[in-house]
Design a protein around this ligand. Structure first.
Ligand SMILES: [Zn+2]
Length: 136
């Protein structure tokens, strides 16, 4: 065997070893979507927050039949019935609806905080500019 041949076989062996080391293509585990339900929700706070956004501080309860009912108080729900279908409006139902909307609520709060922050930055910037121009 010549030197070139030996070199050739050595390379071939190396290539074979490398090939056998290769792992089969890894199957990407599908990421499980994060649970939509927030872990903790303050129903009372959430209720008031939604109610404040509506006319007359009323929380709008949307019944399964599509009728909207304005609700003033989350807790005193004893005899409230949907005017559309007569289904009782329960505290559990309201809380479930609050839980469903919680993600939207938190996102809105975040957005509002950001808008407030930007507004503050703009006002402060103009204030500084104003002072600088005055004192020239
Ligand atoms: Zn109804």
């Amino acid at each position: 065997m010549t030197e070139t041949e030996r070199e050739f076989f050595r390379k071939a062996k190396e290539a074979e070893a490398a090939e056998s080391l290769k792992e089969p293509p890894a199957v990407e585990p599908t990421p499980t979507p994060a649970p939509i339900q927030p872990t903790a929700i303050n129903h009372a706070e959430s209720f008031v927050w939604w109610a404040r956004r509506n006319k007359g501080n009323l929380f709008i309860w949307r019944c399964g039949c599509g009728t909207d009912t304005g609700i003033k108080n989350r807790v005193v729900m004893g005899k409230r019935k949907c005017p559309g279908c007569g289904d009782p409006i329960t505290l559990e139902g309201i809380d479930r609806s609050l839980e469903q909307d919680e993600v939207t609520r938190l996102q809105t709060i975040k957005n509002e905080r950001f808008t407030q922050f930007i507004t503050t930055v703009v006002i402060v910037t103009f204030g500084i500019l104003f002072i600088l121009i005055k004192h020239r």
